[in-house]
Design a protein around this ligand. Structure first.
Ligand code: CA
Length: 160
């Protein structure tokens, strides 16, 4: 019986390494423990066969927030993460960069997007309780360094 258990463990381990993405991301989301500008964040997710997170439903939004809260980058006093929305292609028209689709569901902070200083074209989720901001979206300068959420694009992969 122990031999069987060991064999299963070895097979699972080998399979995990063969499916590198699944090793890195045992769930839908992967949240690296370093900060990057929006472009680098996009590239990093893409390099893993993933994409910067796209949010089209309240369910997506909920699951992303839960993933952030259970990750190492979560800071209960201030958490900011890039997601895949931008209006870089056409100012004022926010789209999800990986899919080219318009924003439908949104969770903008009141007064956002405001393109402050004329330089804010990338979308973040921010949680800053001291400012009474709880997991809302904001447009921000794309060159700022923040954490970010990568996701597996559909079909969603499941760890064996
Ligand atoms: Ca803004």
């Amino acid at each position: 019986m122990k031999t069987l258990a060991l064999a299963v463990f070895i097979l699972a381990t080998v399979h995990c390494f063969a499916q590198d993405l699944q090793c890195l991301s045992p769930s839908r989301f992967y949240i690296p423990a370093y900060k990057a500008n929006w472009f680098k964040a996009t590239e990093h997710c893409n390099s893993l066969g993933m994409r910067l997170a796209v949010i089209t439903t309240a369910e997506d939004n909920f699951h992303i927030i839960e993933a952030i809260k259970s990750s190492s980058i979560y800071n209960e006093t201030r958490t900011q993460v890039w997601i895949a929305g931008s209006d870089l292609a056409q100012k004022g028209e926010f789209i999800w960069q990986p899919t080219g689709t318009w924003f439908s569901y949104t969770r903008w902070m009141p007064g956002q997007p405001d393109n402050a200083g004329g330089i804010e074209h990338c979308t973040e989720i921010r949680h800053i309780p001291a400012l009474d901001v709880h997991w809302l979206w904001n447009d921000l300068y794309c060159a700022d360094l923040h954490n970010f959420v990568c996701e597996n694009a559909a079909p969603r992969r499941v760890v064996p």
